[in-house]
Design a protein around this ligand. Structure first.
Ligand SMILES: Nc1nc2c(c(=O)[nH]1)N[C@H]1C(S)=C(S)[C@@H](COP(=O)(O)OP(=O)(O)OC[C@H]3O[C@@H](n4cnc5c(=O)[nH]c(N)nc54)[C@H](O)[C@@H]3O)O[C@H]1N2
Ligand SMILES: Nc1nc2c(c(=O)[nH]1)N[C@H]1C(S)=C(S)[C@@H](COP(=O)(O)OP(=O)(O)OC[C@H]3O[C@@H](n4cnc5c(=O)[nH]c(N)nc54)[C@H](O)[C@@H]3O)O[C@H]1N2
Ligand code: SF4
Ligand SMILES: [Mo]
Length: 686
């Protein structure tokens, strides 16, 4: 196996491990055995040498003096963050003995893994851990916090995570960035869109916030939160009425276009304008542009699906390209995610057979607070890795109350003493992705990438794979399955995968070529993995699942009568809560702002910079007001999942977000909560 660990100096090809669609190729500079610089790899076919500021400054995070170096056990009260050093041997012994008695007394389902994609490497994020917990028979986690609703909606329409090739989008003549803050969250899609614009394309942004991306658009269309499916249905109404549709495409490659044509008559421009806040003339103009310009490409973001009706919003938008036959044009179509193309052999890697058909319970991670407090029989132990639920999970106050339970044995494996780790009984230090071997599959572009270890593991840190290997050993699990080395695991997952798109990809090729492209062909002419093989404008599958078989608009749940919808999304300089305690990234981001419409600000006597308390029955936070025209009346927007600060600043936005589940996929509804707001302090005099 190729390793650069012994090499003291040099430049090594690498890959960004963060939960970001771009999955950039990196060059890691090494000096005296340490990473001295991180830059983009100009040889990467899509990301071509440019990377974001977050990762350019990643080095500071890797060598941050706050990084965890050894295992620790709690000495103070839960939540206080008081710990003392222990050995790995003791840590593994403590986990093993506690879990062994829990399994004997209450069964393995009393143990719950809780993880997400702090590191997108597949062995570490969803490899050895899955094997271990399957064999243990622990409760299962439904990892639905990110894109579950939208993926389910897109899949009903298109059969899987298959969309336009982003590299083709330079050929598009109309690019609609719909509910995605691409400048911050998918920067290379923005680069490609700007290239297309040089060739004459128009960029339209549809968002509830005229943010970094909206400001770069040729046309920014503000929309009321949770009303996107109504807008798409209004577009369909006009497309059918004005005969912008392409009957041959509808006939050959879709189901239910006749039903849809009749069905969308009810979504007339006046009705849709009243729902969405998009003026009637703008709706007509948008539909006309969409009907006339080809190729057109819709990049469907994650923001618009973090709503009660998020699955249907994505399902509805995903129908649009079929109406105008865009899938037949290079650069035309839509993209929610592309992970279907690079799908590895998941069963070979995660071994669901080890569950032995046991009907273990599944807990939705969006309900973690409620589950910790109310689940019966109770969760007695939580193993957290690659995620920071005390900051990122909805109903944050419930989450923290749950983590405070004295009878809950919590283990947190992370690079830092996160807010969640502060509640742990045991804290284990994690190695960074640059210290591990793993493979990566982008959910946006079509390249699979390999990470080989670049530097020694920091302190006594261990990768997720190593930790679960150790635990498996303590539990006497089969060494054939649990002793497998990283290289072997990658071969199992990739080399003989049944996915035809990656038939030619092997461990050897990854090692040699660094960036290996899936054998992607245009989707049409072709057969989709939907039941009909076509784009399902009418979906029998949805009817069977008790959902409306045709796209519809359903209003958000009115959970209370507070006057504002609260949209707390991610920010430019953090990656979810990652970097929210890094000094450099904090300096770049300064402090969280509350964007509100100037009319609302005036009514509430709120001026720029004033401290505003935002609250509902779930909790509160305090943010600095930024009134202006960038959001519609009745909407409050803030960006960033901020860390708990030593000063106790109230930045925990998820204290206010609901833990309801979306219409599909058990998805999260971070942006569908209602709140009130009041000024509590004046802006400091400048
Ligand atoms: N810099 C940075 N990059 C990131 C992340 C990060 O934290 N920071 N996080 C990563 C992760 S895990 C993900 S999932 C992606 C998320 O990245 P995106 O897909 O961009 O999703 P969000 O940023 O959550 O929301 C996108 C936009 O949706 C808007 N929005 C909210 N509600 C609605 C609505 O009802 N309708 C419409 N049309 N728009 C709405 C928000 O104002 C926001 O501008 O980014 C990834 N990349
Ligand atoms: N209000 C609001 N809340 C949101 C969102 C929002 O838009 N608004 N977005 C949601 C979305 S889309 C997502 S995806 C989630 C993301 O939420 P999380 O998945 O919790 O993401 P992070 O906050 O980045 O936390 C990742 C943690 O993993 C750790 N880590 C990194 N690499 C490794 C490793 O190799 N091993 C181990 N053991 N740990 C590692 C990092 O140090 C970090 O503490 O947040 C959700 N929460
Ligand atoms: S976070 Fe995204 S844009 Fe930044 S380096 Fe990683 S993959 Fe590239
Ligand atoms: Mo996400």
């Amino acid at each position: 196996m190729k390793s650069y660990i012994d090499q003291k100096d040099g430049i090594v090809k690498s890959v960004c491990s963060l939960d970001c669609p771009d999955q950039c190729g990196l060059l890691i500079h090494k000096e005296n055995g340490r990473i001295s610089k991180i830059e983009g790899d100009p040889d990467h076919p899509v990301t071509r040498g440019s990377i974001c500021n977050k990762v350019r400054h990643m080095g500071e995070r890797l060598y941050d003096p706050k990084r965890l170096v050894y295992p620790m056990k709690r000495t103070g009260k839960k939540g206080e963050g008081q710990f003392e050093r222990i050995s790995w041997e003791e840590a593994v012994h403590l986990i093993h003995s506690r879990w062994k008695s829990l399994i004997e007394e209450e069964g393995p389902e009393s143990i719950l893994p809780y993880s997400f994609y702090g590191n997108m490497g597949l062995l570490n994020a969803e490899g050895m851990d899955r094997r271990f917990f399957h064999q243990l028979g622990a409760s299962r986690l439904d990892r639905a916090i990110c894109n579950a609703a939208g993926s389910a909606g897109y899949n009903y329409t298109m059969g899987g995570s298959f969309g336009t090739d982003p590299e083709d989008t330079i050929h598009s003549k109309l690019i609609i960035l719909w509910g995605i803050n691409a400048v911050s969250t998918n920067m290379h899609q923005m680069t490609l869109a700007l290239k297309a614009r040089k060739n004459g394309a128009k960029i339209v942004v549809i968002d509830v916030h005229n943010n970094q991306t909206g400001r770069m658009a040729d046309w920014f269309i503000p929309i009321l939160p949770g009303t996107d499916s109504a807008l798409a249905l209004g577009m369909m109404h006009i497309l059918f009425e004005k005969k912008f549709t392409v009957p041959e495409f509808l006939e050959s490659w879709t189901t239910g276009h006749e039903e849809l044509r009749k069905h969308v008559r009810q979504y007339d421009p006046d009705t849709v304008s009243a729902i969405t806040g998009v003026p009637r003339e703008d709706l007509y103009q948008l539909a006309r542009m969409y009907g006339e310009i080809s190729p057109s490409f819709i990049r469907i973001g994650n923001g618009l699906q973090h709503h009660d009706n998020g699955g249907m919003a994505v399902r509805t938008i995903a129908c649009l390209p079929a109406l105008t036959g865009q899938w037949l044009h290079k650069g035309g179509g839509a993209l929610k995610g592309n992970s279907g193309f690079l799908q590895h052999d998941e069963a070979a890697l995660t071994r669901p057979d080890l569950l032995q058909n046991k009907q273990t319970r599944t807990i939705n991670m969006n309900e973690i607070g409620r589950s910790l407090l109310e689940q019966d029989p109770p969760i007695r132990s939580l193993f957290v890795y690659g995620s920071n639920p005390a900051i990122v999970a909805p109903e944050g106050n419930k989450v923290r109350k749950g983590l405070l339970r004295d009878d809950l044995f919590t283990v947190v494996h992370d690079l830092f003493l996160t807010e969640t780790a502060a509640y742990a009984d045991l804290v284990l230090p994690a190695s960074s992705s640059f210290e591990n071997m793993d493979f990566y599959t982008s959910y946006w572009h079509h390249y699979m990438q390999l990470q080989v270890p670049v530097v020694e593991k920091y302190g006594e840190s261990k990768s997720n794979v190593e930790v679960f290997r150790l635990l498996a050993k303590a539990f006497d699990m089969d060494p054939e399955i649990f002793g497998a080395e990283e290289e072997e695991l990658i071969r199992q997952a990739v080399d003989d995968s049944p996915n035809p798109y990656i038939k030619e990809i092997t461990f050897e090729r990854l090692l040699r070529e660094h960036y290996v492209r899936a054998a992607v062909k245009p989707l049409f002419p072709g057969k989709l993995p939907t039941p009909s093989g076509k784009i399902e404008l009418y979906s029998e599958q949805m009817a069977e699942a008790g959902l409306p078989p045709l796209p519809v608009y359903t209003p958000l749940v009115e959970d209370d009568s507070y006057p504002f919808l609260f949209v707390p999304g991610p920010n430019h300089s953090f990656m979810n809560s990652t970097f929210s305690s890094s000094e450099k990234h904090l300096r770049l981001e300064k402090s969280p702002k509350l964007y509100l419409n100037e009319a609302d600000a005036e009514r509430l006597s709120i001026s720029n910079g004033d401290s505003v308390r935002v609250w509902n029955d779930r909790g509160e936070c305090e943010l600095a007001a930024a009134p202006g025209p960038n959001v519609l009346p009745g909407v409050l927007v803030t960006q960033g999942l901020w860390a708990d600060t030593p000063s106790g600043a109230k930045f925990h936005v998820n204290a206010l977000t609901p833990d309801r589940l979306a219409d599909m996929g058990g998805g999260a509804v971070f942006f569908s909560g209602r709140v009130n707001a009041e000024r509590v302090g004046k802006a400091a005099e400048k």
